[in-house]
Design a protein around this ligand. Structure first.
Ligand SMILES: Nc1nc2c(ncn2[C@@H]2O[C@H](COP(=O)(O)OP(=O)(O)OP(=O)(O)O)[C@@H](O)[C@H]2O)c(=O)[nH]1
Ligand SMILES: [Zn+2]
Length: 228
């Protein structure tokens, strides 16, 4: 499948996997090089219960890889509890999908660079200034591939669990209708306070601090960062 900017994502493999005592369909998407070599980019996990186009759109989570938070349970960010909570909601809904962005570790700068950023943060930098000091933008993620994968799964409308308006805007720009934004915040620890503050004050994220806001925070297809 090709988007306007020539992003190509192929379905590499798919099989049922039991998660949360529920059988889900796990699909690996990626690129296939001219030599046949596969590069894994995205994993989706889709509930298997039959659902119809006329039903409410699936509840969806697009999650950027975070080895420290997702795998190790690090409390320096809120990724681990966000992943658990969203996966639980997906399983409960019988009509949900997780889109796990394998190559977006550290907001796309990779694990080693994220840990370099952590070292700078231990010396006084915040999330943004640490990235800038390393020569990276504060935020450079591109969610077009997530939209491609959703389309591969036959999904064109979602209720998106996120606090990040940029994700909503990018999906909308790629033709995925975000009918609802479902807040996914409030996972504070003594260690992630500063990180959540920066998301709230400087990065335009909503609800990261867990302050009460309505479940449907944004109107359909809203694009607060200027995307069409
Ligand atoms: N560069 C960098 N990346 C970080 C840092 N802390 C967490 N991350 C990465 O940030 C990504 C998660 O992005 P967030 O901005 O926390 O959340 P989001 O996915 O944009 O928004 P939500 O949908 O609301 O979760 C993961 O890939 C983490 O590895 C950090 O200090 N520096
Ligand atoms: Zn994290």
């Amino acid at each position: 499948m090709t988007t306007s900017d020539e992003t190509v994502v192929a379905r590499l493999a798919s099989a049922p996997v039991p998660v949360g005592s529920t059988l889900m369909q796990l699909t690996v998407f990626g690129q296939v090089g001219a030599d046949g070599r596969e590069t894994e980019e995205v994993v989706t996990l889709r509930t298997l219960a039959p659902w119809s186009e006329s039903a409410a759109p699936p509840i969806a989570r697009i999650h950027s890889a975070c080895f420290t938070g997702d795998v190790l349970g690090s409390e320096k960010c809120d990724c681990g509890p966000q992943l658990s909570a969203s996966l639980a909601a997906i399983v409960r809904s019988y009509n949900g999908v997780l889109v796990y962005m394998l190559r977006q570790e550290g907001r796309g700068i990779g694990l080693a660079n994220k840990i370099r950023a952590y070292a700078l943060q231990a010396a006084g930098h915040d999330t943004i200034s640490a990235n800038l000091a390393l020569g990276f933008p504060a935020e450079g993620r591109d969610f077009r591939m997530a939209a491609d994968c959703l389309r591969h799964l036959g999904i064109t409308r979602v209720r998106l669990m996120t606090n990040n308006p940029e994700k909503v805007g990018q999906l909308a720009a790629q033709g995925i209708v975000v009918e609802d934004r479902v807040p996914l915040g409030g996972f504070r620890t003594p260690f992630n306070e500063a990180y959540l503050e920066v998301k709230d004050r400087l990065m335009g994220h909503l609800d990261a601090l867990g302050t009460a806001r309505p479940l449907t925070g944004l109107p359909v297809g809203v694009s607060p960062q200027g995307a069409p």
